[in-house]
Design a protein around this ligand. Structure first.
Ligand code: FMN
Length: 346
């Protein structure tokens, strides 16, 4: 049978009903700036679950208060934050979606931190604070904070974990020569921090739970890494335990042309396809793939195993149901909504 956007997919112990992914998208709506989620998050994510999304990846959720982009971002640095996350997960499960969460540290992009931390003391741009370079001992401590946050996410009932290694946040800051000028072992081996984080979080995850890793496959900067080097990083990460790569790009360089990249449909799909060719792990493609035919073709043409649809899912929580209609696919609808879909009732 042909594998398309609506074919189920199993990765280790995780089975998805289709290949449509809601990528992590910050909502900047944490309660009282304390990193706790609210009922709003439950409604936001549950609507996308009712809307037929196979896998929902909860937005960038941070391992310490100064790891947030802003004080309105979510956190998992204390046990009290587990309960709210568990409510989101349970609501999505009730509506038939599986749930992952993106665990992160913003590093030098933590705009509300008094002094952000990073691999080296290099600000993002002229308007940004100069971060403090973490000591070697602090880097090891940071690895433990990722593991502690992941342990809390597992307690909350998530089906998978995603590490944020893209878009110029802390793991990316270590893996890029643009931001990592360290002279210790974390500078000699740009993949070392990411590798240690992967190994540490795997220790606290059930064996059958997949680990996703979001990576910027190229930095769009003349002095940054490109696809070939990112595949070397990814090979190390795969060996360390990554089960799925979520292939994005850019974010580290304020001077690169990234602002102009991304205007065309499927602009990152070639990067996902290159990952799929080079590695043995499944791949999520992302970036302007909201045209249903294009998203479906990415699977049919074996360029990706899953397709993430971001902004279009903010506009339309029922994107997955509507796209099935457009593609003339018969899928299981929420029974309460069946009469709204002509294809299902004709
Ligand atoms: C409001 C908003 C918030 C975002 N927050 C995150 C985030 O928390 N983590 C992340 O990796 N990417 C984040 N992104 C990027 C998206 O996950 C996605 O890669 C991007 O929107 C491109 O996909 P699209 O063209 O389908 O929207 C965000 C994007 C938007 C629009």
């Amino acid at each position: 049978m042909t594998t398309d956007l609506y074919s189920p997919l199993s990765i280790k112990g995780l089975t998805l009903k289709n290949r449509i992914v809601m990528p992590p998208m910050c909502m900047y709506s944490a309660r009282n700036q304390d990193g706790y989620s609210t009922d709003w998050h439950v409604m936001h994510y549950a609507s996308r679950a009712i809307g037929g999304t196979g896998l929902i990846i909860i937005e960038m959720t941070n391992i310490e208060p100064d790891g947030r982009i802003s004080n309105n971002c979510l956190g998992l640095w204390e046990d009290g934050q587990i309960e709210g996350l568990a409510k989101i997960v349970a609501a999505c499960h009730t509506a038939g979606a599986k749930v992952a969460i993106q665990i992160a540290h913003a590093g030098r992009k933590a705009t509300d931190a008094i002094t952000p931390v990073s691999a080296s003391a290099i600000p993002f741009d002229g308007a940004s604070k100069t971060p403090r370079a973490l000591s070697t001992a602090e880097v090891s401590d940071m690895v433990n904070k990722y593991a502690a946050a992941v342990k809390r996410a597992v307690k909350a009932g998530v089906d998978a974990i995603e590490l944020h290694g893209a878009h110029g946040y802390l793991i990316h800051q270590f893996q890029s020569a643009l931001t990592n000028k360290r002279t210790d072992r974390y500078g000699a081996d740009k993949a070392l921090f990411g590798t240690e984080v992967i190994q540490a979080v795997k220790q606290v995850m059930p064996t059958e739970m997949p680990l996703l890793f979001r990576i910027s496959a190229t930095e769009f900067d003349a002095n940054g890494y490109r696809l070939a080097e990112s595949l070397q990083l990814a090979t190390a990460y795969q060996q360390a335990g990554v089960d799925v790569f979520h292939v994005s790009a850019g974010g580290e360089s304020p001077t690169g042309p990234s602002a102009t990249i991304g205007s065309d449909a499927g602009y990152q799909l070639g990067l996902a396809a290159a990952y799929k060719q080079a590695l043995t792990t499944p791949v999520i493609a992302v970036g302007k793939l909201s045209n249903p035919q294009l998203a479906n073709a990415a699977i049919l043409n074996n360029q990706a195993d899953m397709v993430a649809v971001g902004r279009a899912l903010l506009r339309d929580p029922y994107w997955a149901l509507n796209a099935a209609d457009t593609l003339n696919k018969t899928i299981e609808l929420p029974k309460q909504y069946v009469r709204a879909f002509p294809a299902a009732t004709k």
